[in-house]
Structures are given as structure tokens and as C-alpha cells.
Design a protein around this ligand. Structure first.
Ligand code: ZN
Length: 529
């Protein structure tokens, strides 16, 4: 039986960033942001389960080795359930994890809540199904929507005070604006202006703090969980992104598809920020660590301002060292392992994000104008993720050939991606990224572009990989342009599987950590500012 709270599953790593070049006032801003972020941790804990705070206190009093282990796992998972193991409980006496977390009344069924929501007038229904309310039971037994600004009043007032304090210290006007409007939002429960201000952030400090993702609400995916990312911008990577952006139209013009499927005018794509993490909290720091995110989720802001992608470079690097390298050592031949590099790994991640914006999106199929997303339905995510990966390799090869990207990346990117495919497959093929990776790996095997050595280890076949990458890019983008659900379905059926030779390697990866457990070394230094 697996030890649910084995300490070897999350490798401890130091996470920090060089902030020595920042102004003293900026370091004071960061200290306040970290203090506000800690409040998000407390709020998230309460959002996960109404019993969390009591159980945490009980665990903190335990002195036995097993008690310490349970406390450690509790803090890592933000509750007594292992998020890696379908929320299996690891503290004796813990109930099953409530699907609706602590967003809905204890004991209320999904049907009861749905019936109540259906009975409401439009405005009230929007409140009840909105991001920023909990549903509570009144004394008379009826349900009522309670705004976060009431539900979490005390902590949010303190967080607002810290953000205002930071705003007066900040010298970057867009940062001041975000901090002030977000402080207002904590008290008014209206997050619109601060989401807009977040989209417009410039300068060295890039904070994300508040209620955002809805995954913790497994009942309805309505309710936003509190989280915080206190980060600073990576200047060198930001420049590199700018240079990639200047090549996007020429990449689109060269896509290996029928010219009529190419977009003659690639519009403005989702902006990407590359940052380094100083501190994360709440929903951003539980179980497997977030390595990139795309926000906001509010439809109104999305329509008016679009969204922004944030890539957490030092988190990616920590995962690369603690997880990807040991995977490469086990799954790849020694020569292929030698070639693996972080530079190639991270550059491909950037290209993956950019390539989501290229290729077919708005298409003509069947009954006229439509979108790839609409036509491909349940196959869309896996196909789109495979597209971003494989066309990212295709684009990188073109940029290397044209001298825009270093040859060293060209030499290491395929082996690096091969190792990274095994990392994705460990999370299973029921999720879009894993399924998309299975399609690619099996295509490469069938094309003779990846081969299995006698000892079961994998390696890239240098002469064949380029052609195989181009042919899969062409196959996927063509079926997207045609809006062909049937072709998507058959591609997934044929290649979206784990074959025996792949399964054998995955079994050998048992002792390799699944993810990292960060220790925020730079943030610890800040608290004394
Ligand atoms: Zn993606």
C-alpha cells in the first residue's frame, strides 16, 4: 500500500529570486504583500472544510512522529486528504472530503441547492452562482447567498489594510492602482476594477492576490478560492518573449497546412509575463504546485481586456531539477539524458503558450462560421494541448534554423521534451495534457522518431524527429481547420493510450518525486524589513 504522506513524494526545494536590485521601498511593498498572502492561506484553509481549523490545532499539539508527519501532510494538502490520491484521508477520523468544500451548507445535497438556485429571480441567481458568495442556511432552514466581504470580513479587512499600506509605498503607478482597487474589492465584493488593474500591471512587482480559481468547488465550479502569488518579473525572459512575438506572423505564414487555413493577420495574443515566485499561498500552494496560470476568470473582464498568462520560471526550474531530471535519468538512454536542459524545457513551454494563439480557431464548417472549440467538443482540450506542444517544437526548430534561437536549444529540445512527456503521463491520460502527450509519443514511436532501447529506455532518432513533428502538426491543425470531430475522435482512439513499453517505464518511476514542496527563502528574509 502506498504511504499517502510519504515525504519522498514532494521534494523540498528552496524558492527565491534575486531582489537585491529592487528599491528599498519595493522590498517594503513585497513584505506587506507576503503578510497579506499569509491571510489568504488562512482563508483558503477555512474554504476547503469547516473542520480544518480545529483539526489543524489538534494536529499542532501532537508530539509523536506520526503526529508530526500528519501535520506536515495537512499543511501541504491544506486539509486531511491526499490530493494526489483522489482525496484519500490520512488523518484518522477525517470525514470524506466534501465536494462542495465549505462553500455550501453542511449536509445540503447538490439537488437541494440546484432547486433553490432555479427558484431564484435572475439577479439573485447571479449572486447565488457567482464567484464571490458562499451559500449558507438561515435559521429558518432556507438558503441564502453570503458575500465574501461578509463571510470573511475580519481577514479581508486586515488584507485590505496591508494592500493599502503597500500602495502608499509603491512607486509604480499601475501597482498602486491594482493594490488600491483590490483593497476596495475585498471590502465591497466587487472585483471588476481590480481585475482590470491587474491586466494593466507594469514594472518589477507582479502580485496576484484574491479569490480566483473555482476547482475547489467540485460541486458546481462556481466559488472562487483564495490564493496569492507574490512574484517579481524576470527581465531577461520578458525580452526574449518580445523577440518571439515579432516572429509570430511569419510562423503562421509557414504552418504546414493548406495556405487557405492560415490566418493572414494574427491578432494580438494573450500577453505573457515571466516571473519568479517569492511566496505563494492558499489555493496556489496546495499539493502539486502551480507552474503557470491564466487569469482573470470573470467573463466581463475577459471580453473587454482579454486575459494574461503568468509563467512561474523558478517554480518550473525547481520542478525540472527535482522531478524532470530524475525522470530523464530513468526513462531515457544515457545519451538522451545528457542532452536534457532547462533552457530547452522552459523555451518550449513559452512556445507552447504562444502556439495556442496560432493555427485555426475561427473556422467554416458544416453550417457555416464556427470555432474549433465548438466543433471538437469533448476532444477539444486534448487535441489543442497536443497541438501547442508539437507545433511548439515545430516553431522552435524554425527559429533555431533561422538563427533566432541558440543551436544548443535545438540540440537538446527533443530529448528534453521526451523526458517531459513521461512527466505528464505520470498524471494519467484522463486529463487533457496527459492525453495530448500520449498522442504525440505514440505518433513519434510509429514514425520511428523515438525508439526503445533493449533495456526499455527511450531515445530520440535525430534524423526522423523533425519530419514526425511536422507531420503531426499538419494532421492536427488540418483536422482543426476542418472542424472534424470524427478525425479528432479517431486520432485520440488510435494514439491517446498508454502502450506497454511506456507503462513499463512509468512503473520504474515510482521512487521519483511527483512534485516539489517549496520553502520560500527570499520571502523569509523580507518579513524583517
Ligand atoms: Zn496549453
Amino acid at each position: 500500500m502506498t504511504d499517502l504522506i510519504s515525504s519522498s513524494r514532494f521534494a523540498p526545494v528552496d524558492i527565491g529570486a534575486d531582489i537585491s536590485s529592487l528599491r528599498a521601498s519595493d522590498r517594503q511593498v513585497l513584505a506587506r504583500l507576503v503578510a497579506a498572502a499569509r491571510l489568504m492561506d488562512a482563508l483558503f484553509l477555512r474554504q476547503v472544510w469547516s473542520g480544518n481549523e480545529t483539526m489543524l490545532q489538534a494536529l499542532a499539539r501532537k508530539t509523536s512522529t506520526e503526529g508530526r508527519r500528519q501535520l506536515h501532510a495537512f499543511l501541504l494538502n491544506k486539509g486531511p486528504w491526499s490530493r494526489l490520491d483522489d482525496n484519500a484521508p490520512f488523518v484518522p477520523g477525517a470525514p470524506p472530503k466534501p465536494a462542495g468544500a465549505n462553500f455550501y451548507p453542511i449536509g445540503a445535497t447538490k439537488e437541494e441547492i440546484q432547486n433553490w438556485v432555479d427558484s431564484l429571480a435572475t439577479g439573485d441567481r447571479q449572486e447565488a452562482t457567482g464567484f464571490f458568495t458562499t451559500i449558507r442556511r438561515r435559521r429558518d432552514g432556507r438558503f441564502v447567498a453570503s458575500p465574501y466581504s461578509d463571510e470573511y470580513q475580519q481577514e479581508l479587512a486586515e488584507a485590505a489594510r496591508l494592500l493599502r499600506d503597500a500602495a502608499t509605498l509603491a512607486e509604480e503607478p499601475t501597482l498602486t492602482r491594482f493594490l488600491e482597487t483590490r483593497a476596495d474589492a475585498f471590502l465591497s465584493n466587487d472585483y471588476y476594477a481590480s481585475d482590470v488593474a491587474w491586466m494593466e500591471l507594469e514594472g518589477a512587482i507582479e502580485p496576484t492576490i484574491g479569490p480566483y480559481e473555482v476547482y475547489e468547488d467540485e460541486l458546481f465550479n462556481y466559488k472562487a478560492a483564495f490564493e496569492a502569488f507574490v512574484t517579481v518579473r524576470d527581465a531577461a525572459e520578458t525580452d526574449r518573449l518580445k523577440s518571439f512575438a515579432s516572429h509570430l506572423q511569419s510562423l503562421e505564414d509557414a504552418l504546414p497546412i493548406d495556405p487557405s487555413y492560415r490566418n493572414p493577420r494574427v491578432g494580438s495574443l494573450t500577453p505573457i509575463r515571466v516571473v519568479n515566485v517569492l511566496f505563494t499561498a492558499g489555493d496556489a500552494n496546495r499539493g502539486v504546485q502551480t507552474a503557470a496560470f491564466n487569469l482573470p476568470n470573470d467573463e466581463r473582464v475577459l471580453r473587454e481586456k482579454g486575459s494574461k498568462s503568468v509563467m512561474l520560471k523558478n517554480i518550473q526550474e525547481a520542478k525540472f531539477c527535482a522531478v524532470l531530471q530524475p525522470i530523464a535519468a530513468t526513462a531515457l538512454t544515457p545519451a538522451a539524458h545528457q542532452a536534457v536542459s532547462f533552457d530547452a524545457f522552459f523555451t518550449h513551454i513559452l512556445l507552447h503558450e504562444l502556439m495556442h494563439g496560432l493555427g485555426p480557431h475561427d473556422i467554416v464548417a458544416g453550417n457555416g462560421a464556427t470555432t474549433v472549440r465548438k466543433e471538437l467538443r469533448d476532444t477539444y482540450s486534448a487535441i489543442e494541448e497536443a497541438k501547442a506542444d508539437v507545433s511548439g517544437l515545430w516553431a522552435l526548430q524554425r527559429l533555431v534554423d533561422a538563427g533566432h534561437v541558440a543551436d544548443a536549444i535545438g540540440r537538446s529540445m527533443y530529448s528534453t521534451f521526451l523526458a517531459s512527456m513521461f512527466r505528464s503521463l505520470r498524471f494519467g491520460i484522463n486529463e487533457a495534457h496527459g492525453r495530448g502527450v500520449a498522442i504525440q509519443l505514440n505518433h513519434f514511436l510509429d514514425a520511428g522518431a523515438v525508439r526503445v532501447a533493449a533495456d526499455g529506455r527511450f531515445e530520440v532518432v535525430a534524423d526522423a524527429i523533425g519530419t514526425a513533428v511536422t507531420s503531426l502538426t499538419a494532421e492536427i491543425m488540418t483536422l482543426q481547420a476542418e472542424g472534424s470531430y470524427q478525425k479528432a475522435k479517431s486520432l485520440i482512439g488510435r494514439l491517446g493510450v498508454v502502450r506497454p513499453e511506456v507503462r513499463r517505464v512509468l512503473e520504474r518511476l515510482d521512487g521519483v518525486p511527483v512534485d516539489i514542496e517549496p520553502r520560500f527563502v527570499s520571502a523569509e528574509g523580507l518579513s524583517e524589513v
